[in-house]
Design a protein around this ligand. Structure first.
Ligand SMILES: [Zn+2]
Ligand SMILES: [Zn+2]
Length: 812
């Protein structure tokens, strides 16, 4: 019997901890144990069992939670790869891989209460006379606690105590005063949540004796297979008493059920896909690769509307029929209820759907279903790449270029790249699909790392839309004023309205006006926490920071100089909608952006309205650019999508090209050919020109040359190192220390740029300086970063204040 085990704990340290195994306990590698750590008890994952007596005294495991591994050998290997490649703490990686948040870490959280807000407000209004008086230490730490909770929302006890310096007694006192609320989250989340469900019970043939409301309710139930959550029934707007009556008459029963994403256990219906020759050949190639039972990578590059999705789904159904498993990753916005319904139709009860709108309990429930083998098809956003399926045959990454696959918090992994590694470990096939593949993936395909399959034509011989570029500088000269909607676009919209066709208008910026400028002093209104201008949201009557969520009232006077001459500059999607209403008062106009989309349902409702012809024009941000297949849309107007071209980011051209191509792809997906009017201030830019010509390879060649000159990916490995602190002094001192260390250390073949102020110098209260590292050798780069982190540790720079972002997507 091994006497010791190594445990990975969910803390930001890149190492495992040794614990003694108690007599008679049998921990397993990949299973969870409860261990003492400092003053807390933590759950961790066992990574190794051994008999090496450690030199320091070890503590003993408190409890073994799993007798079978939660993470099998493949997933353990994948987790270690992520920790190694992304320089991420291994315990945090495992925590991310297991959506068992509630089960994983016992936590006490605090929230500010009403009385606390008032106390904080009172403290803020103390005059300078009060401030000069001696203030008790305890009061100061109380105010610090309130300030933290008021700006950050709920916080865990450990971080609250570290940041505020308040001890347990201070917190307990504040709870007694009702300034703050304490909650044991683990206890609450462990209790299974239940939903009340109505079930059709009695004889409904007795229909004559039902009134209209009762009949509506019964019919609704019958149409959903005889079972529906009460919440859903409420959406019918029948009076409450109706349900009570039918329950009394024994027609319906109300039962309690564990909450979850309920999937009917119906058999998959045999939906026939109708394929053209190109799709058939793509499917065949993928299937051959799967049958070989060894790793294979495929890049499926198909123009918008070429029927990539049908190819994936068909390949996945083949996998299911052969008794193996498949995972489909989709971008954040891709998983609408309509898509889910489609998936249920094709895969029946064998599909598990994981999305970011689910509660922790729902995620955990789906995770267990997958692990038990009840669902062998998994569809989900980023973290679904960790789904515990067995005998994995296929992973598909849809819209593989989408930036939502990159996690922008620790561990900072890219789900597409993790999918490729997982497929390698499992001997499975990975298919990356896109109309606008990332430079990296396309480059890999041309270097024969992946097989390249191209779908060059739209289905049913439909043509790609014509794109007309409108030069907005010229428009300004011709009309003598700044235009939001050009004459050409206006004319085309009018033509669509006359013909009862539909239009989508993209403006990739939400809110009403992005900048408030004072004409007297020339200053803008900035966020308190970030070096970012606040955006005016007219209907909500507020100013909002789009980076940290900070809110402020709409100013009447300049806060810097008191002048009344405030200008609200620029146009966001909210203002665009208003302008369109003004020009086309009779048109039915809808808007989709993060402000109007309060939930998944709303998103679906608006798209549904467009689909059913209840809307003439849909305005929106990039949300409208992705994946939707609405046949009545014959015009796409791009009012603003090239703002990124003015930013200091080497991926700006690629992102702009992708967005323009994707949004243009929404036009003309039905029988009537589509048209795109592209307004731009950068009409000569190659990203705009190639997008207008639907010329991916032209863009790709040009962009690749630029990347090669500048030593950017895919020609080098890149890492962004950000040093941050809420005091400018620390941020400067620490980045200076690291800068000198980089200079002193020999690192042949690695370019280190920096330290430089990050393009957004202050973000969420932190000052930020950064380094950009580039190298031909990934191994050398990671080795250097590892010793840099060790040096930072010696210099007592907190690990959480040095962010290492491998293959960073944003250098902002
Ligand atoms: Zn001013
Ligand atoms: Zn902010």
């Amino acid at each position: 019997m091994p006497q010791f085990c190594e445990v990975a704990l969910p803390i930001p340290l890149g190492l495992t901890f040794t614990y003694r195994i108690a007599e008679g306990e049998l921990p397993v590698i990949g299973g969870r144990v409860l261990v003492p750590f400092r003053q807390q008890r933590l759950l961790g994952i066992v990574t190794e069992l051994h008999d090496r007596e450690p030199r320091v005294q070890t503590r003993t495991i408190l409890a073994v939670l799993d007798f079978l591994p939660l993470l099998d050998g493949h997933l353990m290997k994948l987790g270690k790869w992520i920790a190694d490649y992304y320089l991420a703490p291994v315990g945090e990686v495992f925590r991310t891989m297991l959506p068992l948040g509630a089960e994983f870490k016992r936590a006490v959280i605090y929230r500010i209460a009403e009385a606390g807000h008032m106390a904080l407000h009172a403290a803020g209004t103390l005059g300078s006379s009060a401030r000069s008086r001696r203030i008790p230490e305890e009061y100061l730490s109380e105010i610090k606690v309130l300030d933290l909770l008021s700006s950050r929302g709920e916080m865990r006890e450990a971080s609250l105590r570290t940041l505020s310096g308040a001890n347990k007694a201070v917190l307990a006192g504040m709870v007694r005063k009702k300034w703050i609320a304490r909650e044991d989250v683990s206890a609450k989340r462990d209790a299974a949540r239940t939903v009340r469900t109505a079930v059709l019970a009695g004889d409904v043939e007795d229909g004559k004796r039902l009134n209209d409301n009762q009949r509506t309710l019964i019919e609704m139930l019958a149409s959903t297979g005889g079972k529906l959550a009460l919440e859903k029934l409420r959406e019918l707007h029948v009076p409450r008493s109706t349900l009570e009556t039918v329950v009394r008459r024994g027609l319906v029963e109300v039962i309690e059920e564990p909450a979850g994403f309920h999937v009917s256990s119906t058999k998959p219906r045999s939906r026939e896909f109708e394929f053209n020759a190109a799709q058939r050949s793509a499917l065949q190639q993928i299937q051959q690769s799967i049958t070989a039972r060894e790793f294979g990578g495929v890049l499926l590059h198909g123009v918008t509307g070429s029927g990539k999705t049908a190819v994936y789904l068909s390949a996945m159904r083949g996998v299911l029929e052969s008794g193996r498993s498949a995972i489909l990753l989709v971008p954040e916005i891709g998983l609408t209820p309509a898509v889910a319904a489609d998936l249920h139709e094709i895969f029946g009860g064998q599909v598990a759907i994981l999305h970011s709108g689910m509660s922790n309990d729902e995620r955990a429930e789906q995770w267990h279903r997958i692990r038990r083998g009840e669902a062998r098809i998994v569809v989900g956003t980023r973290s679904a790449v960790f789904a515990p399926v067995s005998d994995l045959a296929l992973i598909v990454v849809d819209e593989e270029h989408d930036s939502s696959y990159k996690q922008e918090e620790a561990p900072r992994y890219h789900a597409r790249d993790v999918a490729v590694v997982r497929a390698k470990i499992a001997g499975a096939v990975v298919v990356l699909g896109s109309a606008t593949p990332s430079l990296e993936s396309y480059f890999n395909a041309t270097k024969k790392k992946y097989a390249l399959i191209e779908l060059r034509d739209r289905v049913e011989q439909r043509s790609l839309p014509d794109v007309e570029i409108v030069d907005m500088r010229q428009e300004f000269q011709d009309t003598g004023s700044e235009q939001v909607i050009s004459r050409k676009l206006s004319e085309e919209i009018k033509a669509r309205l006359d013909r009862q066709e539909q239009a989508m208008i993209l403006l990739n910026r939400r809110g009403y006006s992005p900048v408030v400028l004072c004409r007297a002093c020339g200053k803008t209104l900035e966020c308190q926490n970030c070096a970012i201008a606040l955006t005016h949201h007219k209907s909500d009557r507020k100013m909002q920071c789009h980076y940290c969520g900070f809110l402020a009232p709409v100013p009447q006077k300049c806060i810097h100089c008191g002048s009344d001459y405030l200008y609200f500059l620029g146009t966001g999607s909210e203002k665009l909608e208003e302008l369109l209403h003004g020009i086309f008062p009779a048109a039915r106009i809808g808007r989709l952006d993060r402000d109007t989309v309060r939930g998944r349902q709303h998103f679906e409702r608006v798209l549904g309205a467009l689909h059913n012809g209840e809307l003439d024009v849909l305005v929106g941000t990039q949300m409208i650019a992705k994946g939707h297949d609405i046949h009545g849309v014959t015009l796409v107007g791009v009012v603003g999508a090239d703002m990124a071209l003015g930013m200091p980011d080497f991926r700006a051209a690629e992102r702009t090209f992708q967005l323009l191509t994707q949004v243009a792809g929404r036009a003309g997906r039905g029988p009537t050919p589509g048209k795109v009017v592209l307004q731009t201030y950068f009409q000569d830019h190659y990203a705009v020109q190639y997008a207008a010509r639907h010329d991916f390879s032209g863009f790709y060649e040009k962009e690749l040359r630029f990347r090669s000159w500048m030593h950017y990916p895919p020609y080098s490995s890149l890492a962004n190192v950000v040093v941050r602190s809420d005091t400018l002094d620390d941020a400067l001192r620490w980045s200076g220390l690291l800068g000198r260390w980089f200079e002193k250390t020999r690192h042949e073949g690695i370019r280190v740029l920096g330290p430089a102020p990050a393009p957004i110098l202050r973000l969420k209260k932190d000052y930020r300086y950064h380094f950009v590292l580039k190298s031909q050798s990934r191994g050398k780069l990671n080795a250097l970063l590892r010793s840099m982190l060790a040096f930072a540790g010696q210099e007592k720079i907190p690990r959480t204040q040095v962010i290492v972002d491998i293959d960073a997507l944003w250098l902002m």
